[in-house]
Structures are given as structure tokens and as C-alpha cells.
Design a binder for this molecule. Structure first.
Ligand code: GLN
Length: 368
């Protein structure tokens, strides 16, 4: 695995080195250039600190924060799996995995890191990002809007209130509309582009959990109705049921905590995947993406979430939540039991603890 690591304090500008290393490997020795510079200054060569994208925090600090949150909430029994999509009710409620990926491409994990859940609403961020990439940020702002609804994610009242405007792409009507805006001559072309975008964000080829896709496709009449309303109000231009079907498939993409944390870290890193080094989207669009997440990423509990963490985040009813500390890290937790708003109970608590322990809140002048 190639990791791009930036070493600061080595003269004019930062020296970026591509180092082949596993993230779990022992800290790298200081680069020769650093030693030469120190020697030239006549300074005693300081022992190399474990490099971290988080100023003031070592790798041990980061691992300790993850492990503390894991242990603290492991046995918490609050919440319950989503069951309005039958396949989600069957997912093991005890799956609990945590991952944090820094903007210098280091991956920290703890807990159940192999198990996958369906991405569900977290997909909305990345389809919106694709639409912004293809059509500009104003295409989103000018269509479904970028305002909070204060309603549940599949609210029809929210559609009716402003005839499908003055909402956002993080709730179902806006998200299905965003899916309808992805360019492509056929369903297949549109779908392949969506899946390729998610895979670039995650840094590996993702695939669909067909059981979840089928289960939701069989029971998504409410989303079909929502798409028809968005069509009636002119926000979806054509083929609303195809948009709903593609949206349903995108929600069934299967991910583990590391995938989600890497997707978040790509946003934290200005649209460039810090593990693969690929620029996935224009960095110019990232502030608008994060703003929509901050406004509505945890549905009608987005205000509470921002109050607690200061982080743009996004949840899904599969049990995942990801959050972005701009310039620092992406973090994700999966744990299927949800609260009444549809947000994973453990994921909210664990992310808040870890981010606050590592100075992740971009609204706070210092760590808390
Ligand atoms: N696929 C789900 C739905 O449309 C996604 C909802 C969610 O994760 N909040 O109902």
C-alpha cells in the first residue's frame, strides 16, 4: 500500500514523500532530508515522533481514543435495527466497527471491521457529489435546495410544504431527485457511474447486497410516491420510477467501517482519496458538500449532532454513520440499532467521543 505522507518543518514548504508502509507498521524513521537539515543546523537529532495528520496527537493517542469508545459502548443495548426494509431487520445487531482515516492516509480501526452493512442514506452524499461534479453546485441548490426540512427523511409533508423546493439532497425526495440528475444515456450507464464514484471514494470496488436491494425494491412504494410528487412539481424531469430504482440500488451498496471512513477522509482531504491518492472530485465542491451534510446529514436530529460534534456527518438506516473533520480525518462507525430519528445509537456516541478526544470539532478553538 502506498501512503502519501507529508512531513512538515523541513524547509520551504512541505516535503511530500511516497512511503510504502502498512498503516499498522511501526512509525517510520525520520526522512533523510529531515536528518540532514537538522544536522546542518547543528541541532541534536530529535527522536522521530510518530507522524500524524492531527497536530498534537500521536498514533497511540488515536488508537487509545478508538479503543476507549469501543469499550465504553460495546455493551450498550439501546435502539433497534430498521425493520421497514425487511432485510435490515435480519442484520446482526451486535456488529460494531470503528475506523478513522487521516488526511495523510493512515487507517486506524477497532472492533468488527470485516462485517459490512448496506450504505443506505450515506449514499446520498456521494450521489449529490457526483451531480455537483457533472453539473455544478448550483444545480443542487437551485433544484431541491440546501435547507433543513425539520422532518423525517421520508416526509411527504416536507415535499408539500414548498412544492419540493427548500429542502436538501440528504432526505429521500431530494436524494431521489439528485439520482435523477446523474447524466447517462441508459440506466446501466448511470448506475455504473454512481457505483464507480462510490468505489473511488472508498478506494476499492464496492458491490451491491442483492438481498437488501430486492427487499427494499419490493417495499419502496412510499419512495415511488415521493418520486412521483417530485416529478409532478418539476424537480425530476423524466422517469421518476427509474430514479427511485437506481436510488434503491445505491442504498444497497455494501460497506464496512473502513470503507465509510475512507469515503469521509476523501472529503476531509479536499476530494482526494488519501489512501489511493486519486482526486475523486473537484476540491472546489467540497465546502458545499460538507455544508449540506452539516445541515441535514442526520435528518431532523442534525442540529443536535452539530451541537455535540461540530462535524458534517451522514447516517444511514443500515447502521452506519460517517463524519468529516476537514483537513484532519474521516471517521465512521457501523452498529445497526437506531434511535427514533433513524441514526445509529452507538455510532453517534462513539464518533462524538473520539472526535472530541482528538480535537476534531472544527467549530471549537481547542480540543475538549
Ligand atoms: N433506502 C432507505 C430509504 O429510502 C434509506 C433511508 C435512510 O438510510 N435513512 O428509506
Amino acid at each position: 500500500m502506498m501512503i502519501r505522507r507529508t512531513l512538515t518543518g523541513v524547509g520551504t514548504g512541505a516535503l511530500t514523500l511516497a512511503l510504502a508502509a502498512f498503516v499498522t507498521a511501526a512509525p517510520q524513521a525520520a526522512a533523510p532530508a529531515t536528518k540532514a537539515k537538522a544536522a546542518a543546523k547543528g541541532a541534536a537529532a530529535a527522536p522521530p515522533a510518530a507522524a500524524s495528520a492531527l497536530p498534537g496527537y500521536t498514533e497511540a493517542d488515536i488508537n487509545a481514543a478508538l479503543q476507549a469508545a469501543y469499550a465504553k459502548y460495546k455493551d450498550l443495548q439501546e435502539g433497534k435495527n430498521a425493520d421497514y426494509i425487511p432485510a435490515l431487520a435480519k442484520v446482526d445487531s451486535n456488529v460494531y466497527g470503528i475506523a478513522l482515516v487521516t488526511t495523510d492516509g493512515k487507517v486506524y480501526t477497532t472492533g468488527d471491521i470485516k462485517s459490512e452493512v448496506s450504505i443506505q442514506s450515506i449514499s446520498k452524499v456521494f450521489t449529490m457529489a457526483l451531480v455537483m461534479e457533472e453539473s455544478g453546485v448550483d444545480a443542487i441548490a437551485g433544484n431541491m435546495g440546501v435547507d433543513a426540512t425539520g422532518q423525517v427523511f421520508n416526509s411527504i409533508v416536507a415535499v408539500e410544504q414548498y412544492k419540493g423546493a427548500e429542502m436538501n439532497a440528504m432526505v429521500n425526495p431530494g436524494a431521489i431527485t439528485a439520482t435523477s440528475m446523474v447524466k447517462g444515456a441508459s440506466r446501466d450507464e448511470i448506475w455504473k457511474k454512481i457505483l464507480a464514484t462510490y468505489s473511488d471514494f472508498a478506494g476499492r470496488s464496492l458491490s451491491v447486497n442483492q438481498e437488501v436491494f430486492k427487499s427494499e425494491a419490493d417495499t419502496n412504494q412510499r419512495n415511488q410516491a415521493i418520486s412521483m410528487l417530485m416529478y409532478a412539481y418539476g424537480h425530476i424531469k423524466d422517469n421518476p420510477l427509474q430514479a427511485t430504482d437506481i436510488y434503491t440500488e445505491q442504498c444497497a451498496v455494501s460497506v464496512n467501517a473502513k470503507d465509510l471512513a475512507t469515503m469521509a477522509a476523501t472529503l476531509a482531504n479536499g476530494g482526494k482519496n488519501p489512501v489511493t491518492g486519486k482526486q475523486v472530485i473537484k476540491s472546489d465542491n467540497v465546502p458545499e458538500i460538507l455544508a449540506v451534510m452539516a445541515t441535514a446529514g442526520l435528518y431532523d436530529d442534525s442540529g443536535k449532532w452539530l451541537f455535540t460534534t461540530g462535524l458534517p456527518g451522514k447516517s444511514g438506516v443500515g447502521g452506519g454513520i460517517l463524519a468529516v473533520s476537514p483537513g484532519k480525518f474521516g471517521i465512521a462507525v457501523i452498529s445497526p440499532p437506531l434511535d427514533a430519528a433513524g441514526n445509529s445509537v452507538k455510532a453517534q456516541k462513539a464518533i462524538a467521543d473520539i472526535s472530541n478526544a482528538l480535537g476534531g470539532n472544527p467549530l471549537a478553538p481547542k480540543a475538549r
